[in-house]
Design a protein around this ligand. Sequence first.
Ligand code: SAM
Length: 282
Amino acid sequence: MTGPGRTDDGYVLGHSARELDRLDLQGALYLEPTLSVLERSGIGPGMRVLDVGCGSGDVSALAARLVGPSGHVQGVDRDEGTISAARERAASRGLDNVGFEAGDFARGVGAEGFDAVIGRFILMHQTDPASALAAAARSLRPGGVVAFVESSMTLLRDGLHSQPPSPLYDRIVRWKCAVVGGAGAHLDAGMALRSTFLAAGLPEPETRLEAAVVGGAGHPYFRYIAESVGSMLPMARRLGITGFDAASAAALGSALEAEVAASGGVLIAWPVVAAWCRTPGA
Ligand SMILES: C[S@@+](CC[C@H](N)C(=O)[O-])C[C@H]1O[C@@H](n2cnc3c(N)ncnc32)[C@H](O)[C@@H]1O
């Protein structure tokens, strides 16, 4: 591994079929804050949008609906298998105004003149988030939109992220932070977004923090937590972090759900920060 999620081998969540399913589940859980930032930032009909670190294309699909048939969304991901999955998902969603290409956006995307550059859960995986963001922003026309959503894992603290306090959620949060942080990703990318924008030479962004409060039986967050832990097991093994194995990870969603149901309590789901701005006009 050469650094924080910087090569396919070092990427904390891997690129398995299971991880692509986890991305779909994550897309559903974070649909509202994502759609909200895309709309608030001004993405609309006819625009050409670049989605960096597009994964299986969930954010690209949301943007594709906003830009409509006269617009176009270009997704970029450095993993070839993920790009193939994104193409298949776009076809099954009936989207013909999106395209996907393999590449490392932090080294610059060949094309220019985009109306907007967007990304979700991606700056946290860059060696230098500000220079990666600056590289992506160089693909914009003057007056273009920049809109990103990042998680802030450090906001979930023992005793504060659940009510009444959930010992199992404590364990899961600590374990996930240890694995993601151990892989070199930035745990506080969300809270750092404003300073990342400024360090990238962008104007002062508008910002929002959002988190779901989860309690009800059958909430998809419980399954998402189990799937996330499952996707991170290979990296945890490499880092020598113990605590969960395949069997305990598989049972984690129902165990957490049962604990919360028994206490009649709630959990704060992983919070996200959104930031957006427009670059200076021509
Ligand atoms: C956590 S996933 C997020 C996917 C998607 N943005 C979403 O929200 O569903 C991060 C993705 O970024 C890709 N990635 C990480 N660094 C990258 C880079 N420098 N250039 C292109 N893709 C990158 C990974 O391969 C992975 O598919």
